[in-house]
Design a protein around this ligand. Structure first.
Ligand SMILES: *Cc1c(COP(=O)(O)O)cnc(C)c1O
Length: 354
């Protein structure tokens, strides 16, 4: 794939001070177009800026779109690392199948990511814990109000320098268990990374925020009994000497961080179970002292310890609201690999060669 380049003549000033998450964008973006006749074509890196679309574009009406999320990390000796990018690109195509979006060439997508990150490499922040968030996405662009898969699409990648998720080190969050709204059901799009899942989650998230909680813990959409996941994170529980996480049954997102945690813990000799886990089991384990830790996993926070659950007013304190040993170890070791500071026994780091 040949990528045409048009570089900006007006580079923006680099941010100073706190970066936050997803608010600042770099100087360039990647775009390529799809049509039934030409397939994916016209790959280009252009200055970051507004795009023009028909108001009838299908993405605005029926939400045919998908996205991915990953990060580029700058090591202390100036190398640029991605973390298991092939997993994100593979998931991208799994999402595309579910959304009737054409497949992308895995090698081409990796090339596009690498070239764009290199063009904007000076935007990769270097303060501890900071990184460059990479957001590839595809939108349906046919100007048509009928319900049907589009024949034309735009694939884009934008980049955003992001701060350390926990400015003051790992901090446990308080989470509300949602027992009215659901985000996804088996047979739906829960396993696909699509905006529609998030649109469906906003109401529950708003409710949780009103009550002073950081996130929602979603239960299964049929019985409101089994644990699915948290907002944009998969969840793990340490119960007795076992680490338990919900099984991939079509309603939860197969997180790259989730997969890394399972592989890492298994290699370290922990017993990891992927199975259904009910909210009753979690509360019971909490009451009888068997529940040692709970944490979320995802690219943004990597590991997010949970210190408290509220399930229709029933409060469960977990590990006295403190960071668990396993959560801390996972955070240190996985971010250590991501930032090139710890030995990468798994071959997870992918260096972008200049
Ligand atoms: C992206 C995402 C995750 C986390 O996946 P990672 O690949 O680990 O970043 C978990 N749940 C949902 C709903 C997501 O969209």
């Amino acid at each position: 794939m040949e990528i045409k380049r048009t570089l900006t003549t007006e580079p923006k000033a680099k941010p100073t001070g706190a970066l936050g998450f997803g608010k600042i964008f770099t100087d360039h973006m990647f775009i390529m177009d799809y049509s039934t006749e030409m397939g994916w074509h016209d790959a280009r890196i252009v200055p970051f800026g507004e795009i023009s679309l028909s108001p009838a574009s299908m993405v605005f009406h029926y939400g045919q779109e998908m996205f991915e999320g990953m990060k580029a990390y700058k090591t202390k000796d100036g190398r640029i690392l991605l973390f298991r990018p092939e997993k994100n690109i593979e998931r991208m195509n799994n999402t595309n199948v579910r959304m009737c979006i054409p497949q992308v060439d895995m090698k081409d997508v990796l090339t596009a990511i690498e070239e764009l990150v290199l063009v904007d490499q000076d935007w990769i922040p270097t303060e501890p814990g900071t990184s460059l968030y990479i957001r590839p996405f595809i939108i349906a662009t046919d100007p048509f109000l009928g319900v049907h898969p589009s024949h034309t699409y735009k694939f884009m990648i934008i980049l955003s320098p992001v701060g350390a998720y926990y400015a003051g080190g790992l901090a446990p969050v308080k989470i509300c268990v949602e027992d009215e709204y659901v985000r996804a059901v088996k047979g739906g799009t829960g396993y696909a990374k699509v905006g529609g899942n998030y649109a469906a989650s906003l109401k529950g998230q708003e409710k949780a925020e009103e009550k002073g909680y950081a996130q929602v813990l979603w239960l299964d959409g049929i019985e409101h009994k089994y644990i699915d996941e948290v907002g944009a994170m998969n969840v793990f529980f340490v119960i007795g000497d076992k680490v338990v996480t919900p099984k991939l049954e079509g309603n939860i997102l197969p997180g790259v961080t989730r997969d890394s945690v399972i592989n890492y813990l298994t290699a370290k000799g922990y017993s990891v179970e992927e199975r259904r886990i009910s909210i009753d089991e979690v509360y019971e384990a909490g009451m009888n002292g068997e529940l040692k830790e709970m944490f979320g996993t995802g690219t943004a926070a990597v590991i997010s310890p949970v210190g408290l659950l509220d399930w229709h007013g029933k409060i469960l304190n977990i590990n006295n609201g403190e960071i668990g040993e396993i959560a801390q170890m996972l955070y240190d070791d996985i971010t250590g690999i991501q930032f090139g500071e710890k030995k990468d026994d798994f071959g997870w780091s992918h260096e972008i060669k200049r």
